[in-house]
Design a protein around this ligand. Structure first.
Ligand code: SF4
Length: 395
């Protein structure tokens, strides 16, 4: 079953980590300042291609529009690339395998939806599009949602810091369940993130009761808090994704408090004081970046900030006519070409595909460790220990 894609503005499931926590954000995230960016557009087009591949492979019926051949779908994707094809192929394979696995374990044919719009009854503006949903008869009724992520920031189905499952996927699972609960009983819920660009696939399983508790104790009370005359603002690490991130007075206040602490007279900061500041510094830097970006955009749109002006940053020299440069150099006996260099792994993957790359070039690829960063203990990455300066070991 297929359905068209529409997005909620105020109560977008993908922004639920913001509005479940901060009621004021629903006034600022009302869609009026919504901007698309190339990464988001690339992601949307990956989903379109992935959905088309799955639908074709499973012979799904689209009741709302004609089913197009894959080549026609590709023609309409203006950001189409080999990378997009690879992501969409991987996603389609992953979904099809998950469906086949469930089919084998199930007594009846599971219900399968792809790119399914879900209405959410707590507000007329609320709704979202589920990438892939499935309900099988396994274990008395198993509901699965799969979400494709195309960004590079890792996304998890469970946050060990808050002890809460991913609210975006939880909301999809809840309204998918509610849409079909009279026909398909559900006892168990599985939420799965498939994020191929960083090899991050993870899942979380819970009984349906836990999802319904989330609705009663988290979701609906949060929606209530947004529907008052002056919704409260609550600052958190999600602020950087809020449409009001650069102009929110509450966020500014919280950051000014941090600055005040740092400015307290002291000869040197103690380790304990540094430990107090560390959790706030990323947010402080991000806040400053958000204000700079906002001020630049507004200036580009004609706003004059007092004591500030727009200038051109340092330019770089560029050869305007390569053919002429080659001719002149060769006439003077000078080699005009740069030394040949082996293409990078991403470029080679684009040229020959992942499988061939692994087969032919894999033996010559080694993994270089990334630079060391200091992160909170709750970060899911493996901790390293420093043995001697420069040498590291994974714990
Ligand atoms: S910036 Fe943060 S505190 Fe301000 S409205 Fe947005 S989410 Fe709420």
């Amino acid at each position: 079953m297929l359905a068209p894609k529409t997005h909620s503005r105020k109560y977008s499931p993908s922004k639920s980590s913001i509005w479940l926590n901060c009621p004021l954000s629903t006034l600022l995230n009302d869609g009026s300042s919504q901007e698309t960016n190339p990464q988001a557009e690339f992601g949307t087009q990956c989903h379109e291609l992935g959905a088309a591949l799955i639908s074709q492979s499973l012979n799904l019926i689209d009741y709302d529009s004609e089913v197009k051949p894959i080549q026609d779908v590709i023609k309409e994707l203006d950001m189409y690339s080999e990378e997009m094809q690879e992501i969409a192929d991987g996603y389609a394979d992953f979904v099809i395998q998950a469906i086949e696995f469930e089919r084998k374990r199930s007594d009846d044919e599971p219900l399968i939806v792809i790119e399914q719009h879900l209405d959410m009854d707590f507000d007329e503006d609320a709704g979202g599009t589920l990438d892939c949903g499935m309900i099988s008869s396994v274990d008395g009724g198993t509901l699965t949602v799969i979400d494709l992520k195309t960004g590079r920031g890792p996304v998890y189905t469970f946050d060990s810091e808050t002890g809460q499952f991913n609210s975006q996927l939880g909301i999809y699972a809840l309204y998918f369940y509610k849409a079909f609960k009279d026909i398909y009983p559900v006892k168990k819920v599985r939420i799965i993130i498939y994020q191929p660009v960083i090899n991050n696939t993870n899942e979380y399983e819970m009984p349906i009761e836990k999802l319904l508790e989330f609705e009663a104790n988290v979701l609906l009370p949060a929606v209530e808090r947004t529907k008052v005359d002056t919704p409260e603002a609550k600052v958190g690490k999600y602020c950087r994704y809020c449409a009001g991130k650069a102009i929110c007075a509450k966020r500014a206040e919280a950051n000014i408090e941090v600055i005040k602490e740092i400015k307290k007279p002291a000869v040197t900061l103690t380790d304990a004081e540094i430990e107090l500041f560390l959790p706030n510094l990323d947010e402080l830097i991000q806040f400053a970046e958000d204000i700079k970006e906002f001020a630049l955009k507004k200036a580009m749109n004609g706003h004059k900030w007092s004591n500030y002006k727009l200038v051109q940053s340092k330019g770089s020299r560029k050869i305007s006519d390569e053919d002429s440069v080659v001719k002149v150099c060769e006439a003077s006996g000078i080699d005009p070409y740069a030394p040949r260099k082996v293409a990078g792994i991403t470029e080679l993957t684009k040229r020959i595909g992942k499988d061939k790359l692994n087969e032919l070039i894999g033996p010559y690829i080694t993994m270089q460790s990334g630079s060391i960063v200091l992160v909170p203990k709750t970060d899911p990455r493996e901790e390293v220990t420093i043995i001697e300066e420069g040498d590291i070991n994974k714990c």
